[in-house]
Design a protein around this ligand. Structure first.
Ligand SMILES: NC(=O)c1ccc[n+]([C@@H]2O[C@H](COP(=O)([O-])OP(=O)(O)OC[C@H]3O[C@@H](n4cnc5c(N)ncnc54)[C@H](O)[C@@H]3O)[C@@H](O)[C@H]2O)c1
Ligand SMILES: O=c1ccn([C@@H]2O[C@H](COP(=O)(O)OP(=O)(O)O[C@H]3O[C@H](CO)[C@@H](O)[C@H](O)[C@H]3O)[C@@H](O)[C@H]2O)c(=O)[nH]1
Length: 440
């Protein structure tokens, strides 16, 4: 069993720290945000991630998992040091590497023994080399270290299960022995390990995210065509996905992708490509189509209620960027709600877990305690995030509460025929001609 240090305790850092301690390793996690650190030390999780809190509690109790802001203490015995700090969208579209640089500096300053520095943050190609240079500048010259890129592929909402059942572990380094040592750490997971060079590993992460985002924009473009031509994109995706070469995943049309990864990573890859003299036209189209998907949703509401949304009461179901997380970063709900408010509409909203975080992004919204409260006096209900509990609503009750029974389904959660039979004017995304006469 090994002694591991994890720098940063966001979605990736906390999952990494908690799960590696659960595998029997000793893990010290460093967090510089004092409020987060206090929560973590008291055994609580600063994020909503199914299954993670229970594991955190168990491993803290066993003494294998600790949280600190003290680099010297956390690194004293560590032979493996993970960097998992944030790489948010910079003003120019490039990834902001300030957290990575600061972490590398601190690691260099506190390195007292041979260690492997493993970069799990999503970073532009070439960053691993830069991290090595920064550490070398600050570390004692007699201390050996190696840098390994180990991009993280977990999804929020299923982070624990993704950690224990990864499709692959990618390791990139100029130091093969170091990459193999990190591979050994992952042995209990029984996953396929791909060892490559540092820059290629960094690129694999961006290419993977950009490809998944491309599938989503592709199906959203097909959805738009389906709307005009009277085809059903859900059936189209089912038919396409049955082809093994295509596969069924990431073909759900809707209001587009959000979250802390796809928007920033597609943009960062675009920036990387353009800076290197390439012309990344597909990536540009992926981003344009994604923004259009949000805009078209608001346009659709105007078609449903009339151009003037001033004073209209709009109910929103779901705020987080996807179900099973409270993460609001780049959530489509924020853009859509801001556009509605800009047009003078009043907005009420409910989300099972994200309300507290959502209030930081869209404070002028009236937040409700249930989906039924959202429906009261609403001129239209918008389904933005497909939480499980929205599958089982009492539609009679909802209809009786609403001023007019209009439903816009941004995730194609409901069956159009059933909703119409229940007496709603219902439009999904890409499910036939969406311009019937209102109320018909
Ligand atoms: N969120 C995801 O699902 C996910 C999945 C795969 C990869 N990634 C990538 O992993 C990285 C981390 O993402 P996240 O969502 O966990 O980030 P996050 O922003 O939620 O968390 C980063 C944490 O690091 C802490 N931190 C910053 N600088 C520090 C320092 N010098 N020392 C110690 N702690 C420090 C911050 O206080 C914060 O708690 C990003 O590069 C992201 O693109 C994220
Ligand atoms: O068919 C689909 C699938 C997803 N989405 C949307 O795409 C976004 C991202 O979804 P998902 O990929 O499930 O969530 P993330 O937690 O952001 O995970 C992505 O981003 C992480 C951070 O890089 C990677 O580690 C993961 O592999 C990658 O799936 C969400 O807004 C979803 O609603 C769709 O619109 N249609």
């Amino acid at each position: 069993m090994r002694n591991i240090c994890v720098v940063g305790t966001g979605y990736v850092g906390l999952t990494t720290g908690v799960c590696f301690s659960d595998l029997g390793n000793t893990v010290n996690c460093i967090e510089i945000n004092p409020e987060k650190l206090e929560l973590l030390r008291s055994g609580k999780s600063p994020i909503y991630e199914p299954g993670l809190s229970e594991l955190q509690e168990r491993n803290m109790r066993s003494g294998r998992l600790r949280f600190t802001d003290d680099y010297a203490f956390a690194m004293a015995e560590a032979s493996l040091i993970f960097i998992t700090v944030g790489t948010p969208m910079g003003d120019d579209g490039a990834a902001d590497l300030s957290q990575v640089k600061a972490a590398a500096r601190s690691i260099g300053q506190h390195l007292t023994r041979r260690a492997i520095i493993i970069d799990k943050s999503t970073v532009p190609v070439g960053t691993g080399d830069m991290v090595g240079t920064i550490i070398a500048e600050h570390a004692r010259p007699d201390i050996e270290f190696a840098v390994v890129s180990n991009p993280e592929f977990l999804r929020e909402g299923s982070a624990v299960s993704d950690f224990f059942h990864p499709d692959r572990i990618v390791l990139g380094s100029t130091n093969r022995a170091a990459a193999e040592e990190v591979a050994e750490l992952h042995e209990p997971l029984g996953a396929q390990v791909i060892i490559t060079d540092l820059r290629t590993a960094e690129m694999i992460k961006y290419a993977s995210n950009a490809f998944l985002a491309t599938r989503i924009s592709f199906i959203n473009e097909i959805a738009q065509i389906c709307e005009r031509l009277g085809a059903d994109v859900k059936e189209v995706a089912r038919g396409m996905g049955a082809d093994k070469r295509i596969g069924p995943h990431f073909l759900d049309a809707g209001i587009g992708y959000g979250g802390s990864c796809f928007p920033k990573d597609v943009l960062a890859l675009h920036h990387m490509a353009a800076s290197a003299g390439c012309h990344p036209q597909l990536l540009q189209a992926v981003m344009d189509i994604n923004q259009d998907a949000r805009n078209r949703f608001v346009t659709k509401l105007r078609k449903l209620l009339g151009e003037d949304l001033n004073g209209r009461m709009i109910g929103v179901l779901g705020l987080s960027f996807k179900p099973n997380t409270d993460d609001m970063r780049e959530a489509p709900s924020v853009d859509i709600i801001r556009a509605l408010q800009h047009a003078g509409a009043r907005v009420k909203a409910y989300d099972p877990v994200a309300i507290e975080r959502a209030a930081e992004y869209i404070p002028e919204v009236t937040f409700c305690a249930t989906a039924y409260d959202v429906a009261k006096e609403a001129d239209a209900l918008l389904l933005i995030t497909e939480w499980n509990e929205f599958k089982q609503l009492n539609w009679e009750k909802i209809k009786s509460f609403m001023r007019t029974p209009n439903i816009l389904d941004g995730r194609n959660l409901y069956d159009p025929e059933e909703m119409r039979e229940r007496g709603f004017t219902y439009w999904g995304v890409g499910r036939g001609n969406y311009q019937p006469t209102v109320g018909e």
